[in-house]
Each structure stands twice: as structure tokens, then as C-alpha cells.
Ligand binder design. Structure first.
Ligand code: AKG
Length: 190
């Protein structure tokens, strides 16, 4: 979905995400910074790939909450978790399938510099998808569970003349599955 948000809304969102990064709990990874925002005080643990209680007391920035309401209005899906990624030039996210502690339908809003998301499946090769700024991606079904996705931002040298200085934001909206007390099935089977 191209232009799901307007350029002024994009500017407000980038500003809100930057403020949240400067005041809240974030995680620095390879060329990117990640911050989680939750409506039900559940946060994703990158090590266990499962959910845990969020004790940071962090509340979701209002512009994000407004987008959750818009997703419900436009598409009928109620999301309760947002992962905000800020990618610097050269930043990347390795091929992965999103964790199963989140429901089938996932939305991702791209802001800032354009990027290419690559989908890979054994015996099927690679399919590339352009993600223009302000576009919304819906991932579900086979794309969600059978293809792994990854992203590599151009280097600092290649980004010199790119819009937004080669910096990209993504907001990934998910719905946590209700797994309180269930635990990670992988850990149980060990
Ligand atoms: O930045 C993106 O568009 C993809 C993010 C992603 O794959 C993830 O958060 O799992």
C-alpha cells in the first residue's frame, strides 16, 4: 500500500520515534537500533524469541497508538505490539522468519530512505520487494511462515546523496498471542 501516511505524518512519526529512542530502552544491533512499544506490557526477548513481561513502565507514543487505530479501521486487525527499527547506512537485518509468539498478520510501515526487502525460500530463490517511504506492507501466510526475509541498507558511501541521509525507519505492527503461563514450547522440549 503506497503512501499509507502523508509526508507531514511521516515527519511527526520520525520525530516521535527519535524522542522515544533518546529517552527509553532500546537495543543496538548491527547498524540499527530497535525499540519496542506495547499496549499490553509484553516485550519480545530476542534471545528466547518469546514474550516476557515488560517492566520498563514505557508507554506507547501517541502517534503510534493512532496508527494502531488506523490499522484496525482500514484492515480490521487489532495490533498490540510495535517494533521500531532505525537503520543507519550499512545497517541490516539478517534473514529470519518472524517469531511464532506473534499472530499470522504483520504490518510494516517504511519511513525515511527507500530500501529493498529480500524474501528467500529454499529451491525458490530470492524475490526482492521495494519499500518506498510511507508505504505499508502486509505479511501473512506463506510470506510470513515459509519465506525468510532480510534487508541490507546501502553503505555510507553509497548513501551520500540519498534522501534522509540513507537513514530508514520501519514500524512493525504485530499482535501478541495470548501465551501467559504457556512458556516457550522450544524451551519446554529441551
Ligand atoms: O525493517 C523492516 O522493514 C523489516 C523489519 C523486520 O523484518 C523485523 O522487525 O522483523
Amino acid at each position: 500500500m503506497p503512501d499509507w501516511v502523508t509526508p507531514p505524518e511521516e515527519a511527526v512519526l520520525i520525530c516521535a520515534m527519535q524522542m522515544a529512542l533518546e529517552t527509553g530502552h532500546s537495543l543496538g544491533l548491527k547498524g540499527r537500533v530497535v525499540m519496542q512499544h506495547s499496549l499490553n506490557r509484553r516485550r519480545y526477548n530476542f534471545r528466547t524469541r518469546w514474550l516476557e513481561d515488560d517492566s520498563t513502565g514505557h508507554t506507547m507514543p501517541k502517534p503510534l497508538y493512532e496508527l494502531i487505530k488506523r490499522l484496525k479501521w482500514d484492515y480490521g486487525f487489532g495490533m498490540d505490539h510495535v517494533m521500531a527499527n532505525k537503520y543507519y547506512p550499512g545497517g541490516s537485518i539478517a534473514p529470519h522468519m518472524d517469531a511464532i509468539c506473534f499472530d499470522n498478520v504483520i504490518f510494516s510501515l517504511s519511513l525515511g530512505c527507500e530500501a529493498t526487502l529480500s524474501f528467500r525460500k529454499r529451491d525458490q530463490g530470492v524475490r526482492n520487494l521495494q519499500l518506498p517511504p510511507r508505504s505499508l506492507l502486509l505479511m501473512a501466510g506463506q510470506a510470513r511462515y515459509q519465506w525468510r526475509h532480510s534487508l541490507q541498507m546501502p553503505s555510507a558511501e553509497e548513501s551520500k546523496d540519498r534522501p534522509y541521509g540513507g537513514v530508514r525507519w520501519s514500524l512493525t505492527f504485530r499482535k501478541t498471542i495470548d501465551n501467559r503461563g504457556v512458556g516457550n514450547p522450544k524451551e519446554k522440549s529441551k
